[in-house]
Design a binder for this molecule. Structure first.
Ligand SMILES: N[C@@H](CCC[C@H](N)C(=O)O)C(=O)O
Length: 278
């Protein structure tokens, strides 16, 4: 199986072009290739294939084999892949995901995509659609008990579920201890991604993420969008925020006129190779 390893801010996936390859069991392949000792090493698997309703279709599988609806860092890499590999010459493309069709604007330098801006669509705030077990219209600064401590969470879906927690210090935060407890908390029927966020100023924040199905990753695009929405709902930032992640920076902008969130960031191809299934 021919593959390409790519990353967006260090959030790395194995990309397979389904115009050339077939994968019978993507969940199984994702688990195998993601292993950082016995596989290629990645946060999961992303497939690029044809779509009936958009220019391309992507599917994302976490490192544990579970399929997610959407991947913000992954979709920028898919855009870079299809342009750099001459599968399109368009600088505005549409990609079908499990969270609907997204429109992307490509910035090209020396014939290759250097930056991608994604219309990530509308944030979903209704608890049953996120999904999170809660009684109100939204979950904003609401208490949750995890590991004997009371935390305040704000929940946002960007097609996939996110719980955002504001903390004083992201660098020394015990992510390995608390991340899995949030992920598997009974209030999240489909598990959750959790972002631990420190607001630096009205236009800047730092964030670490525990991803559903992939543990800590160096960045999460949908998580960064959910974070900025949570910052706005809690009156902590303006509508445009530069977010520092372990693997790089993303710029997120919320447009109140159309209620859409826009994400701008890099996409990088690392290497390509051939995977032989054992
Ligand atoms: N890293 C991604 C999100 C990948 C899916 C997530 N772990 C989930 O299960 O929802 C991103 O950049 O958005």
């Amino acid at each position: 199986m021919k593959f390409t390893k790519m990353h967006g801010c260090g959030n790395d996936y194995v990309y397979v072009n389904l115009f050339e390859e077939k994968i019978a069991d993507p969940a199984k392949v994702s688990i195998a290739v993601s292993d950082r000792h016995f596989g290629i090493g990645s946060d999961g698997l992303i497939t690029i294939g044809p779509s009936d309703i958009a220019d391309f279709r992507m599917r994302i599988y976490n490192a544990d084999g579970s399929e997610a609806e959407m991947c913000g860092n992954g979709i920028r890499c898919v855009a870079k892949y299809v342009y750099d590999h001459k599968m399109t010459d368009k600088k505005e493309i549409t990609i079908e995901t499990g969270a609907g069709v997204k429109t992307l604007q490509l910035t090209v330098a020396d014939g290759k995509v250097s930056l991608v801006r994604v219309d990530m669509g509308e944030p979903i705030l209704k608890p049953d659609l996120i999904p999170v077990d809660a009684s109100g219209e939204q979950v904003v600064d609401e208490p949750i008990e995890v590991e004997g401590r009371e935390w305040k969470m704000t929940c946002v879906s960007m097609g996939n579920p996110h719980a955002v927690i504001f903390v004083e210090d992201t660098e020394h935060f015990e992510l390995e201890k608390y991340g899995p407890e949030f992920e598997h908390h009974p209030r999240f029927p489909k598990r959750t991604n959790t972002e631990f966020v420190h607001v630096i100023s009205p236009t800047e924040a730092s964030m670490r993420v525990w991803e559903r199905g992939s543990a800590e990753t160096l960045a999460c695009g949908t998580g960064t969008c959910a974070t900025v929405m949570a910052c706005i709902l809690n009156h902590k930032t303006e509508n445009k925020v530069l977010v520092h992640l372990r693997g790089g920076d993303l710029t997120i902008e919320y447009d109140p006129d159309n209620n859409h969130i826009y994400m701008t960031g890099p996409a990088t191809e690392v290497f390509h190779g051939i995977w032989e299934e054992n």
